[in-house]
Design a protein around this ligand. Structure first.
Ligand SMILES: NC(=O)c1ccc[n+]([C@@H]2O[C@H](COP(=O)([O-])OP(=O)(O)OC[C@H]3O[C@@H](n4cnc5c(N)ncnc54)[C@H](O)[C@@H]3O)[C@@H](O)[C@H]2O)c1
Ligand SMILES: O=C(O)C(=O)C[C@@H](O)[C@H](O)[C@H](O)COP(=O)(O)O
Ligand SMILES: [Zn+2]
Length: 381
């Protein structure tokens, strides 16, 4: 399936899929390309056309730096661009104010200017932190995403949600700030730990569940190849995910409507991540277990049949993802979910499934049904 404004090109022998996020129908600096392919990181023109200046800050972390920083820096230096590396500690527990300040400290110490672009080289944590730094440093500097995890390639690098966690809740402080370009080199996934790959699959499954039942069937057929990192299957999974994300973000950049569907499983998932301690459950794992709770609720509300709930569970199990959320206690779940950004007038709003391939937002889940589901469909933490 190739729709939207999408191109396949052969550049320096690398087959590249390019999807464009179009906020306007005329060429505009807010519209941006997502280049996907095995080896796109070596395509200097893809990044240099967005780097008119002579210096670029590269934010990465202690795990990704030894893997890809030198390669990126050498490529830039070869084209006369001086890299300014900023290396952060690794992990979800560092997605906070203190780490954000490390970025500002380095940008200021290095005299980075308003025109100095900032590149995020890493997973979703580096991307979210760097995007927020780019949105706020000198009131906004150009920002480039080079996602190196599956989750970041299929989700977090696209759409401009940036931010940090607060001890009381996930992603509580942030900004909508779009990148100028996204470069998703699927070759970087070769070094990704197995558990992180599986966590990324959770966000891919999400697109199938909320808007593309054919994609879900495709995932059922191709799951083994995806987990085996088959190059063609990986590229197709990233391409199709980015196509969905781009379409949704174009329609509703600031989440006043349809974008909320991308939050399937997240109301529960964010509560799990927070309660268990940031980083103990990976984001994708919490989303998978949270989506099972959303599916159970959908079934109890007679929106979806039991067979579909089990079909979803089976796919997560095949992906090696958790399907049962921890029992935090109903009180704690309700307290943590009360901080969800979808809450309106103090009322919880859940993304639920009408069927596989169609999601809706519901604010009328009866309190007793929610409480019962949180007890019956969780296990001891
Ligand atoms: N902004 C958004 O729209 C959005 C969407 C989804 C998730 N998120 C956020 O993204 C974060 C999760 O992102 P993630 O799953 O990428 O986690 P992550 O950024 O923590 O990366 C996972 C691990 O893989 C390492 N790593 C990264 N690239 C690697 C590579 N190529 N080889 C080996 N190791 C590598 C990282 O250093 C880290 O240890 C969460 O904070 C979540 O809230 C944001
Ligand atoms: O892009 C979006 O919109 C999403 O909701 C994507 C989610 O996968 C992602 O985890 C996002 O960061 C959650 O946002 P939040 O607003 O619920 O914090
Ligand atoms: Zn997510």
């Amino acid at each position: 399936m190739q729709s939207k404004s999408e191109k396949t090109t052969l550049r320096e022998h690398v087959e590249t899929r390019t999807i464009t996020v179009n906020f306007t129908s005329v060429p505009d600096e807010r519209n941006y390309p997502i280049h996907i392919g095995n080896g796109v990181l070596s395509q200097s023109d893809l990044i240099l056309s967005h780097l008119p200046k002579k210096r670029v800050a590269i934010v990465t972390n202690t795990i990704v730096a030894p893997l890809y920083l030198e390669k990126l820096s050498a490529m830039l230096e070869g084209q006369g661009v001086a890299p300014v590396p900023i290396i952060l500690p690794d992990g979800e527990k560092y997605k906070n104010w203190e780490t954000l300040n490390l970025i500002f400290d380095a940008l200021l110490a290095q005299r980075c200017e308003r025109s100095t672009p900032i590149v995020a080289l890493g997973g979703g944590v580096v991307g979210d932190l760097t995007g927020f730094a780019a949105a706020t440093y000198l009131r906004g500097v150009p920002f480039i995403q080079i996602p190196t995890t599956l989750l970041a390639q299929v989700d977090s690098s696209v759409g401009g949600k940036t931010g940090i966690n607060h001890p009381l809740g996930k992603n509580m402080i942030g900004a909508f700030y779009q990148p100028r370009v996204v470069l998703a080199d699927t070759a970087t996934l070769d070094t990704l730990p197995e558990r992180e790959l599986r966590a990324g699959v959770a966000e891919i499954i999400k697109y199938g569940l909320i808007r593309d039942s054919i994609f879900l069937e495709w995932l059922e057929v191709n799951m083994a190849k995806l987990l085996a990192r088959d190059a063609t299957v990986l590229i197709e999974a990233v391409r199709r995910s980015c196509m969905h994300k781009a379409e949704i973000v174009e329609a509703d950049e600031r989440e006043s409507g349809v974008r909320a569907l991308l939050n399937l499983g997240h109301t529960f998932g964010h509560a799990i991540e927070n309660a268990m301690g940031y980083g103990k459950w990976l984001h994708g794992e919490a989303v998978a277990a949270g989506t099972m709770l959303a599916a159970e609720l959908s079934q109890r509300l007679h929106m979806m049949g039991k067979d579909d709930v089990e079909r979803i569970r089976k796919l997560y199990l095949r992906a090696g993802l958790p399907t049962v959320a921890p029992n935090l206690g109903t009180k704690k779940y309700l307290h943590l979910m009360g901080l969800d950004k979808k809450v309106e007038g103090g009322k919880l709003r859940f993304v639920l499934l009408k069927r596989i391939g169609e999601a809706v937002v519901r604010s009328d889940v009866p309190a007793e049904m929610l409480a019962r589901t949180l007890v019956e469909c969780t296990h001891d933490a």
